[in-house]
Write a protein that binds this ligand. Sequence first.
Ligand SMILES: [Zn+2]
Length: 331
Amino acid sequence: MNIFITLDYEIYFGENHGTVEKCIIYPTSELIRIAEKHDVRFSFFVDCGFILKLDEFRKKFPVLENDYKAITEQVKYLSDTGHDIQLHIHPHWEDSSYDGKRWIIDVKRYKLADFSENDIADIVVRYKKVLTDITNKPIFTFRAGGWCLQPFSKLKKVFKDNNITVDSSVFRNGYYSSEQYSYDFRNAPDKDIYKFEDDVVIENEKGFFTELPISPIKNSPLFFWTLFLLGRKNPYLHKPLGDGRAMAAPGYRKKLLTKFTNNPVSVDGYNSHLLQTALGILQKKKRNNMVIIGHPKALSRYSIQKIEEFVQNNKEKNNFTTFTKMFGNKV
Ligand SMILES: [Zn+2]
């Protein structure tokens, strides 16, 4: 099995966005420690709109200079030591600013598709360039902020023009819809890799793009009750390392606690409890690729232990890999 551990590298986007040190730098340094000890590499989807905003506001607010330096140095270090740096777009940064104390984050336009086609083209070019400038390596894989990349027809031409050929945003059966935020992967192919052209959930063998979906898992309500109870009982082990709070997703929490839900396989917090189970399910289905999502901000001391255990137990029999190792020669 090719195993991709992928991390969306970002702060929180609600009113309480947290600090760069606790949401990004420290938890990522723990991942670096695991990677170097076990000689495996991870893929980081870097929220490059945030780097652009830091760059814009650091001249006026020198306190941001530290955040800018810490992030750009860590991203460069990751890239130089063989981790993958790829594109993660949260276009709401276009409408957000720093007031001297905190980020005023406006998520009215949360999805790329909320922008005009000209704006989308401009955003993709500028955001991708941030990462090319830091890493000096090809950037060709995309993960949509909040999984929102539909309708893909609005992104297709810009992605082709910018040589973005691989996407890893889909997780089969995932579905959510609110005012700002929506994705619908209910009809995604039951595959671990496929080609597509106009629509991310419709396979097209002649398609220009490759989808490497995030591996799906079905969770019972009991799983999330356990997660919340453990968080109360032992916050030291189970509290996220990031010091912010996720933006509101109306109805989402209630759904998790009352129904079976379709989720991506994840290293975040207590989700990491299921890594080995999820691998077993994929092996039974004779899949070749396992894509795991995570966020440095949402890792806990528990999940860091679980990631290390998972790597340790599987590194001999399986191939921990990155998008560049798998697809980079075609770019
Ligand atoms: Zn994100």
